[in-house]
Design a protein around this ligand. Structure first.
Ligand code: MRU
Length: 357
């Protein structure tokens, strides 16, 4: 399955001790590759959304903690573990909502804890293997999500997506976009509508850019046009990604997603959430427990504009994510299959690897 991008979203350059990313804040106008060498550079790149999207953040954190582990100068396991945990907590604090970040870091920590009888050098080698596996798994998972999603659409469909749950948010194919890449390969003649996604414009800058590069028919709309294209019959299904799913099926994704789900329900259009199982948070029973990142109001008033767009003193409120109620979600698609309501049952089955239906 082909995508149109000639660079990796996230990669490891082990010789140069660097995490290599495409700077997503410069897309689509400039393709700038960054080599991040310090923990601060990696932390800040995640916070600033130079690398973003739940699975890509997880992969970046896995390589980041491996690079941190490589720098720890000790042969003593306890000292190594202590310093490893300091680096882990630092990276973990870069963004709160996408559970893939803490999931990947915990998975890396488990490698350390379950190999306490090995030398530090051996543990560092195992950490590299685990980080590479997290990335390779991400590619396999996105492909599987696309295959399951394809069973939910038909040739000629119009699909709406919000934010960027594409290759730029993962290691390849994306989650919500995987069905679009697969559909194109199989001659489905899909018509994709991308919400621009205020305030940071991931839909305009990233989704429209990557689908267009792949030769997929994509049309950019402002967020407030979704109702119109739905009413006009242009949309047969909505596919979005997500940052964290609670066990009752409530799903956090980019701010504005919940509004799209409400519109889809009104117009009788299926609303699908694509979620690697690493995005399901077993510890949370419902969406009210999902931490929602609050970001600087400057992203609303100034960023992407030539001049500030508000009068001095105007207050802002800038939650980066919202939670879509499970009642609005037609299905949650993971690498293990398609989960439907009641999600308390189907997601448990998903997590134990049992296929949904
Ligand atoms: O703030 P962002 O750009 O990291 O938000 C990204 C999203 O909301 C994506 O839809 C989500 O991470 C899923 S990515 C496969």
């Amino acid at each position: 399955m082909k995508t149109g991008l000639t660079f990796d979203t996230v990669a490891l350059n082990d010789q140069e001790n660097a995490l290599v990313i495409i700077d997503q804040t410069r897309l689509p106008n400039e393709e700038v590759i960054l080599k991040l060498k310090t923990q601060k550079e990696i932390h800040d790149a995640i916070y600033l959304l130079q690398v973003r999207g739940a699975p890509a953040i997880g992969v970046a954190a896995a390589y980041g903690i491996y690079l941190a582990a490589k720098e720890i100068r000790t042969d003593d396991f306890d000292t190594f573990l202590k310093e490893f945990r300091v680096a882990k907590e630092y990276l973990n604090a870069s963004r709160p909502t996408a559970v893939n970040l803490s999931w990947a870091l915990r998975r890396m920590e488990n490698v350390v804890l379950s190999n306490a009888d090995r030398t530090v050098e051996e543990i560092v080698g195992l950490l590299k293997e685990e980080a590479v596996e997290i990335q390779e798994e991400d590619i396999r998972i996105c492909r599987a999500i696309g295959e399951h999603s394809l069973s939910l659409i038909k040739k000629g469909d119009g699909l709406l997506t919000h934010c960027n749950a594409g290759q730029l948010a993962t290691s390849r194919y994306g989650t919500a976009t995987s069905v679009m890449y697969l559909g194109q390969e199989k001659g489905y003649d899909l018509h994709v509508y991308a919400d621009e996604t205020r305030p940071l414009l991931q839909g305009a800058r990233l989704t429209a850019y990557e689908l267009n590069k792949a030769g997929i028919d994509v049309t950019l709309i402002c967020d407030n046009m979704a109702s119109t294209v739905m009413k006009q019959g242009k949309i047969q299904a909505v596919f979005v990604g997500c940052d964290r799913v609670a066990m009752n099926g409530d799903a956090a994704n980019k701010i504005g997603t919940s509004g799209v789900a409400i519109l889809a329900k009104h117009y009788g259009i299926p609303f699908y959430v694509c979620a690697p199982s690493s995005t399901i948070d077993e510890k949370l029973s419902d969406g009210s427990q999902i931490p929602i990142e609050q970001r600087d109001g400057e992203e609303i008033t100034t960023m992407w504009y030539q001049r500030k767009m508000t009068a001095d003193g105007v207050k802002t409120y800038n939650p980066a994510f919202d939670v879509t109620d499970h009642e609005l979600i037609s299905a949650i698609i993971t690498e293990n299959g398609i989960a439907r309501a009641p999600y308390t049952e189907s997601l448990h089955k998903m997590l134990s690897g049992t296929k949904g239906h």
